[in-house]
Design a protein around this ligand. Structure first.
Ligand SMILES: C[S@@+](CC[C@H](N)C(=O)[O-])C[C@H]1O[C@@H](n2cnc3c(N)ncnc32)[C@H](O)[C@@H]1O
Length: 226
């Protein structure tokens, strides 16, 4: 093969990798919605395909599709495979660091972030990057925060995504004493669900933490709390 052909095939492979990048994010969303990280975690040991299909309540005739989905997810690094011996040697799936933070019972679970950020209203704007108006408004008919008030499912998923993302602060805030040194109070502007303020306030109870956020969000949370 001549040099030009080699270069073209390498370029094609790279191009296709980028064209089909969405396959891994959409497969990840599907894995979270099916509850695959929880099923593997709850199994307590490496899980074979047939055990996974049964744990997920998928009809056995669809096992081959689950296998293909798992191949994509393993390739992307979300899960890994190992060998188990159950009478005969079989392939089985285990969690990786990327899927350990998607298990629902963990305090720092990012599954809501996966579902919220990959919601159709968040994906469609990418089809309209060339438009004069904002891509989000072109795709969804309203600016971001206004749209949210017209799509309660998105609103709930978005704020749950923000809460799960903020929850990660639990891992570091207690080690950031110097950041808050000499402060008596802080205001989290656009603090949403108040998760970050709560995490900071729990780590530094002497700090007065105030959350400034949109009134409609605050009212939604008050209604949900009652
Ligand atoms: C990126 S999110 C921050 C999320 C926050 N860290 C949490 O854990 O929920 C920005 C927040 O600002 C709020 N917001 C948007 N526009 C606002 C406005 N004009 N005034 C006050 N808050 C606003 C939104 O409701 C949203 O919750």
């Amino acid at each position: 093969m001549d040099q030009e052909a080699i270069e073209s095939f390498r370029a094609q492979a790279r191009l296709y990798k980028h064209i089909f990048n969405y396959v891994s994010s959409m497969s990840l969303k599907c894995a979270v919605q099916l509850g695959i990280p929880d099923a593997i975690h709850n199994h307590g040991e490496p899980i074979t395909l047939s055990e996974l299909v049964s744990a997920l309540g998928i009809v056995p005739t669809k096992a081959s599709f689950t296998y293909r989905l798992m191949r994509v997810l393993v390739h992307a690094g979300f899960f890994a495979t190992t060998k188990v011996n159950k009478g005969e040697e079989k392939e089985a799936y285990v969690l990786t660091p990327f899927s350990k933070i998607l298990v629902k019972e963990k305090i720092n679970c990012l599954s809501p972030f996966v579902v919220g950020m990959l919601y159709p209203a968040m994906m469609m704007p990418w089809q309209f990057l060339r438009t004069k108006k904002s891509p989000f408004e072109t795709a969804n008919g309203k600016p971001f925060w206004d749209y949210m008030d017209h799509d309660p499912v998105f609103k709930a998923l978005f704020h749950d995504a923000m809460r799960s993302d903020s929850q990660m602060m639990n891992l570091v805030v207690k080690d950031c004493e110097q950041v808050f040194e000499g402060l008596n109070s802080i205001v989290d502007v656009g603090g949403g669900t108040g998760t970050i303020a709560r995490v900071i306030s729990e780590a530094y109870p002497q700090l007065k933490c105030t959350v400034l956020t949109s009134l409609t969000l605050w009212l939604t949370y008050q209604l949900l709390a009652t």
